[in-house]
Design a protein around this ligand. Sequence first.
Ligand SMILES: Cc1ncc(COP(=O)(O)O)c(C=O)c1O
Length: 394
Amino acid sequence: MVNERLGLLPDYPFRRLNALLADLQPPADKEELIMSIGEPQHPYPEFVNQVLAENSGLWGKYPPTPGTRELRESIANWLHRRYELTSIQIDPDRNVLPVAGTREALFSVALMATPQETSGPRPAILMPDPFYQIYSGAALMAGAEPLYLPTSEKTGFLPDLSRLSEETLRRTALTYVCSPSNPQGAAATLEQFNQYIEMARKYDFVLAVDECYSEIYFGKPLPGILTACDQLDAVTKNVLTFHSLSKRSNVPGLRSGFVAGDYQLIKSFGQLRQYTGTASPGPVLAVATALWKDESHVAINRKLYQEKFEDAEALLSKHPCFYKPEGGFYLWLKVGDGEAITRTLWQKAGVKVMPGRFLSAENGNIPGASFIRVALVHSRRKTAEGLRRIAALL
Ligand SMILES: Cc1ncc(COP(=O)(O)O)c(C=O)c1O
């Protein structure tokens, strides 16, 4: 009756977490601290509601699939400013496509990239392991074989494509890379980005770079895949970057982001998206336009995260499992048995975290199994309280 591929989808991590903790009660005398989910809790800029209200007349109109010219322009200008692009020209009409949050776009890019009629071997989709779970669900639903590239301290927590066989690379349709990565907060260097780009072009696959945490960093702005394209040869061939307002501007409920890059791919993606019905409503497009134009709220937001990571360093640096990530808002702590510690933290400290195993593939050796992921999304006070309780139990 239904698509049999649905049966291949693993249970989502939050359901697995609920099942893991179902028989436990957190302490009655402690405030529960939910640090398992990466939902930003900082305030969003006040002008969001104002722009929404000013554009409320647009609820009465069907929105265009490629968004508005103003939005695409504000995105293209942002990319030029943010990545100091000097040789690449991001054309708002050819290289940019607004999306309803990167989650849906990261999912549907697999449908666009996976050949369905093939006389050769089954198409493969490569992804880091551990990873944002949408990548594997997308690969499975598109009919591709998900191939998990284990990442660890040794690989700088980023996937290494150079070890793959010719046979694998030749059947690769799409590769997901996340930088800064969820869960480890690792950022690709320009050399790594160059290697990914060169491989994507040599074997002609789509390189999908998930940069939704790009604005949360702790030193200088981190380079992006477009910085690499700009410096390598000034073209975006085979490359798509995915950006979101959810973490940058604290509006995960707005469902707004964009994809930018190779115009042939943007064109095909646009064609698919006419059918997937994922155009954002007009008032949302107007808010997104204003948000990409404003950098002051992003700087304030970044500072709030920086303060919390300083607190984390002060509270946890004595523990050998602690390292300060290069970006994003998670701690990735090597604690031994991640599931056992998750249970202890909930039962004894009332702190909910995510075991790394649930962010990995159940595929032989599980690279996330000895880790927990802790999201530093709450206020500074609440976050420090959670970290103190974690430090006491490690
Ligand atoms: C790595 C990664 N990519 C993409 C997303 C999706 O974000 P959104 O759909 O809100 O843009 C998330 C959300 O948590 C994420 O962690």
